[in-house]
Design a protein around this ligand. Structure first.
Ligand code: UTP
Length: 290
């Protein structure tokens, strides 16, 4: 079963990043020199997937435009002989085929995935959240696809978090069946303190079998009155196997101010042009901290 498509939900309101996100989608906020969404699409492309289904909402047109041709800009750059910039701009639109589907109301991540059904049909697919960045030697989506090829069952990416933080995540309980791979026995969305002993938190990468749509249709609104993908996955694991994979890499929640800053510093330090000078700047800054 080959995975050919990635669903990238970007229809959320981005309230944690207001007022920056009042008129600009949070996925268009720049991390060093590219908008967050470009990192996501580059990870998908580097994993061998060529089709992206964007789940959008009103006010997100800038994201679609970013991956479209820009005739006026390209003509201007060609006329001015700015060929390096022209190549850069064209590469973005050549990266991938983008299809957009509107989520008419922000009814939750589960609902956002559900509206992709007509475009995905009966094949497996990955879901990559538009504001979740992963810094990894091997792209996180690629790591997951390798496991999916073997197990042929749905997989959620997880990371260990401190027990104080579990209330912010979907949490997986399960048994480790091979290094880094867990058979999921239960999934709980944002558990209250003490409701679980597990600290395996689901992050924004999923590889899903199409049976998830049937579960999503049967999922009632959960925490926050939203249709939660976690709840649909918990329903699915009762009907067929579901695995969690502790990916290799570091994840940043770029939809959150602190996570965004951590991502910016990390990617700036790795940047081939500015990494060196930026490191020197940070060293000077640290020396002057009390
Ligand atoms: P978040 O909860 O991080 O996004 O959802 P949000 O709602 O935009 O952010 P805040 O909490 O108000 O700051 C995780 C992902 O699911 C998408 C978001 O765009 C984000 O990529 N999402 C969420 C949807 O596409 N539709 C929804 O109804 C909810």
């Amino acid at each position: 079963m080959k995975v050919r498509k990635a669903v990238v939900p970007v229809a959320g309101l981005g309230t944690r990043f207001l007022p920056a996100t009042k008129a600009i989608p949070k996925e268009m906020l720049t991390v060093v020199d590219r908008p967050t969404i470009q990192y996501i699409v580059e990870e998908v492309v580097a994993s061998g997937i060529k089709e992206v289904v964007l789940i959008t909402s009103a006010g997100k047109a800038a994201i679609e435009n970013h991956f479209d041709y820009s005739f006026e800009l390209e003509t201007y750059l060609a006329q001015k002989g700015k060929f390096d910039l022209l190549r850069e701009v064209r590469n973005i639109s050549r990266l991938i085929n983008v299809v957009s589907v509107r989520q008419k109301e922000p009814l939750g991540l589960g609902h956002a995935v559900m509206v992709s059904e007509s475009v995905i049909g009966g094949e497996p697919f990955v879901v990559v959240l538009g504001d979740d960045l992963v810094d990894a030697e091997v792209p996180c989506v690629y790591q997951m696809l390798k496991i999916f090829e073997r197990l042929e069952e749905s997989i959620v990416a997880v990371q260990k978090v401190s027990l104080k933080e579990v209330h912010r995540y979907g949490i997986v309980e399960g048994e480790e069946i091979e290094p880094g791979v867990y058979r999921v026995d239960r999934l709980i969305e944002k558990p209250t303190v003490g409701a679980t002993k597990s600290n395996l938190a689901v992050i924004g990468r999923y590889c899903l079998r199409p049976e998830i749509y049937d579960c999503l249709h049967r999922t009632l609104p959960g925490i926050g009155g939203e249709i939660q993908l976690t709840d649909a996955l918990d329903m699915m694991r009762k009907e067929r196997a579901l695995y969690a994979y502790e990916f290799k890499g570091r994840r940043f929640d770029a939809g959150d101010k602190l996570g965004y800053l951590e991502a910016t510093v990390t990617f700036a330090l790795e940047h081939q042009d500015i990494g060196g000078p930026f490191k020197e700047f940070l060293k000077g800054l640290v020396k002057n901290l009390d």
